[in-house]
Design a protein around this ligand. Structure first.
Ligand code: DGJ
Length: 739
């Protein structure tokens, strides 16, 4: 798949779906020639390396007014040797210089994909699944060696990239920019799409035209954040779900990031993705190495839908890991919105009993079970049961849940401490704070300094004890504040710029140890909902709580936005009580389930408090999910109508054999005397005849090209009363191929 043409010094990475072309430029810098749909191979593509004399630029070679890095597309650009754009790499040197000059020395091509030490990354199960090209670059003056790694997957229109920098010189170097990916595209006729928001309105799709200048999203909060996601997309104007070019850029990382597109004054677009250079300063002493996180780029010429499905398949099967990766996920009930902090053991068991009757498989005890935790001012850091509430500890409660025939899950927030905790009283120096300054709180809590191995060890010890003693088969790992007053008491002055990254490495280390030592435990990540919903955590936790907003209408946008990069099997989605606790909205229980079904399904309420009619619906919902979760969580997902465009949302999943499909249809506000409506389905076999909700049958081509009639689809089925249609209506069409 990866070819090198010596005579023209050209690399061609191609798997029949995509091509990626690079060339070693006259001064040894690696240039970028093309990324897009697969093209024929040739000995050379030198004609794609355009050179032109332009006034006011600077030139690399004496007597040559045609070769300038300012006008060359590059792979890992640096500032200051004729390029003036934002760089991928910058190194501060002992004499104050920041100039680097990295040129090609050699390369290697190997089957498979090497692991990234200490970092989450996509992987292969068999070396035939991918090939990796490593370009060895060097700056001899600094003794800095840089390896650019490119893995091309045989079956996916995807390339994974990362960079390793090694100080082979004699002097200390400081990395101030070490991006994971830089890509120079030849024009700027793109829309820049990002998924931004805030707590309870995560990953809302934002679209803007690329313009000359810099446009970016990122995080400086310590977590990837609710505010922006480490995923951006460039698409050609007119690209939609099924047609046109789209390129997705995703960073496999959970901390401070930058995702940026800079359009220069000749309309070349430079995409940069990696650790946010803001505040980043990594000391690379002689002999030390730095590994960047991985970035994944996916190309599609068949619209955004195909791009998303490439990410879904790759991330679901070759980023997520462990026993739960390919298993349908248990239907759970989480007590948070049912009780908040107000529970006793008997109350929890009563909720679990009710849930068991209706078919729930896993009972999850959320916040409030440990230390002195009866409100959010105490207890974080003390991961042992509060025996006032749970007389026989977690073991006792877990045994009672087990006796009901259910699995038991437990909430932790391992990265935090309250001042009112034994942990803080014993180790006040373990929190992130700046000497002699006041320290800010978030939700009355402080961030433990996970850059310190002894902190990670201590929390591991507490968590491992519980997991070894009690029957716990699921952990919800929460994280409820961003870092402020960033400083580590354990790092010297010239390494303080390493704290944010070292913190995340500590988080990954704890995740790695727990998932290795307790492989049967299903982890769900959470950060006040979706504050760290990123590919980095997907490597350890195959599912994540997508948002604290559990309202079905709000969830349409959140889950739709999330689906651009993340597989349905990763999206935690639950039915909660009405009026909804976040937005006060009253939606039918059927619609709440119809939205939550497209995720890892569960409940966030006390089912015993529902009416008997509602309980009947709940039992049907659970039976439905058990029947179809395999298709939903592991099938192919198609977006049909966007909640960002109007009143109606539609999406669907199709089984790999295309014989079963489910199409979710949602209408926010009811209409009076509205138009006739259809939705065109996708992904079906045109030649198969599908019964829709058990009707006589329609061929796949009719359903995809003519559409499915939805005019009155939802009438009256979403709630127990007899109303014919209502606000917040919905319906899931079940399509089954006739034998
Ligand atoms: C924030 C989470 O997102 C909620 O689901 C819940 O676990 C609370 N924290 C508990 O404090």
């Amino acid at each position: 798949m990866i070819r090198y043409h010596e005579s023209t010094k050209t690399f061609h990475l191609s798997n029949g779906k995509i091509s990626y072309l690079m060339k070693i430029l006259p001064n040894g810098v690696v240039g970028q020639l093309y990324f897009g749909r697969a093209i024929h191979d040739q000995e050379g593509f030198d004609h794609l390396f355009e050179r032109k004399h332009r006034p006011m630029t600077t030139w690399v070679f004496e007597g040559d007014k045609f070769f300038s890095l300012e006008h060359s597309k590059q792979e890992y650009p640096a500032y200051g040797t004729t390029d003036y754009r934002q760089p991928a790499v910058e190194v501060r040197q002992p004499n104050g210089s920041r100039i680097t000059d990295l040129t090609y020395r050699s390369h290697s091509i190997a089957p498979g994909k090497p692991r990234l030490e200490g970092l989450p990354a996509t992987y292969c199960e068999d070396d035939r699944e991918a090939e990796t090209l490593t370009l060895h670059l060097r700056d001899d003056l600094l003794g800095l060696s840089v390896d650019l790694a490119y893995t091309l997957f045989a079956e996916h229109a995807a390339i994974a990239r990362s960079v390793r920098l090694v100080n082979e010189g004699a002097l200390d170097l400081h990395l101030t920019h070490a991006m994971s990916l830089s890509l120079d595209l030849p024009d700027s006729d793109y829309e820049f799409i990002h998924f931004s928001g805030a707590w309870s309105r995560e990953r809302h799709m934002k679209v803007r035209k690329l313009e000359q200048g810099v446009q970016s999203v990122g995080s400086a909060r310590g977590n990837s954040s609710h505010n922006h996601n480490p995923f951006i997309m460039l698409r050609r104007p007119g690209t939609d779900e099924t047609h046109g070019e789209a390129i997705g850029f995703s960073l496999v990382y959970s901390g401070n990031f930058l995702a940026q597109a800079e359009v220069d004054n000749w309309d070349v677009t430079r995409v940069l993705l990696g650790i946010n250079p803001f505040g980043f300063d990594w000391k690379l002493a002689p002999g030390e190495a730095f590994q960047t996180p991985e970035a994944v780029m996916v190309y599609s010429c068949e619209g955004m839908g195909a791009m998303s499905r490439t990410f879904h398949t790759l991330y679901r099967s070759r980023l997520a890991r462990g026993e739960w990766r390919d298993k349908p996920r248990p239907i759970l009930l989480n007590n948070w919105e049912a009780t908040y902090f107000d529970f006793t053991e008997d109350k929890l068991v009563a909720i679990a009993e009710g849930a068991k009757k209706d078919g729930v498989e896993l009972f999850v005890l959320d916040d409030g079970w440990f230390g002195a935790r009866s409100n959010d001012r105490a207890g974080l850091g003390d991961w042992y049961a509060n025996t006032d509430r749970l007389a026989r500890g977690i073991t006792g409660l877990a045994d009672r849940i087990d006796a009901l025939g259910m699995k038991f899950g437990l909430w932790f927030e391992p990265e935090m401490a309250n001042r009112d905790s034994d942990l803080y009283r014993a180790h006040p120096d373990w929190i992130v704070c700046t000497p002699d300054r006041r320290v800010s709180h978030g939700r009355n809590q402080y961030v433990l300094d996970y850059s310190r191995p002894e902190v990670v060890d201590h929390i591991y010890g507490q968590m491992a004890k519980i997991l070894s003693e009690a029957k716990v088969s699921y952990i919800k790992w929460d994280m409820n504040r961003s870092i402020s007053e960033a400083f580590s008491g354990a790092l010297p002055a010239d390494r303080q710029g390493e704290l944010f990254h070292r913190y995340i490495l500590g988080v990954y280390d704890l995740y790695d140890r727990l998932t290795t030592d307790f492989p049967h435990v299903l982890f769900e990540s959470c950060a006040s909902g979706g504050g760290r919903f990123d590919p980095g955590l997907l490597y350890y936790a195959p599912q994540g709580w997508a948002s604290d907003n559990s309202d079905a209408v709000s969830r349409l946008k959140i889950q739709y936005g999330t689906s651009f990069c993340y597989p349905i099997s990763s999206i935690g989605a639950h039915v909660s009580a009405v009026p909804n606790h976040q937005v006060n909205r009253i939606t039918p229980i059927g619609t709440r389930a119809n939205v939550a079904h497209f995720g890892t399904f569960g409940y966030e309420l006390d089912l015993n408090k529902l009416t008997e009619e509602e309980r009947v619906l709940v039992r049907e919902q659970i039976a439905f999910m058990k029947e179809y979760r395999e298709v939903i969580q592991f099938g192919d997902f198609y977006r049909l109508q966007s909640p960002f465009d109007g009143n109606i949302t539609a999406w669907m999943v199709v089984s790999p054999d295309k014989r079963t499909a489910l199409a979710g249809w949602y209408r926010v506000l009811n209409e009076v005397n509205g138009p006739f409506r259809r939705v065109r389905l996708q992904g079906l076999d045109p030649d198969l005849c599908y019964r829709v909700d058990g009707d006589g049958g329609h061929f796949g081509d009719e359903l995809m090209h003519v559409g499915l009639i939805t005019t009155d689809s939802a009438a009256g089925e979403c709630q127990p009363d007899e109303r014919r249609s209502c606000d917040f209506d919905s319906h899931i069409f079940v399509l089954k191929a006739r034998p």
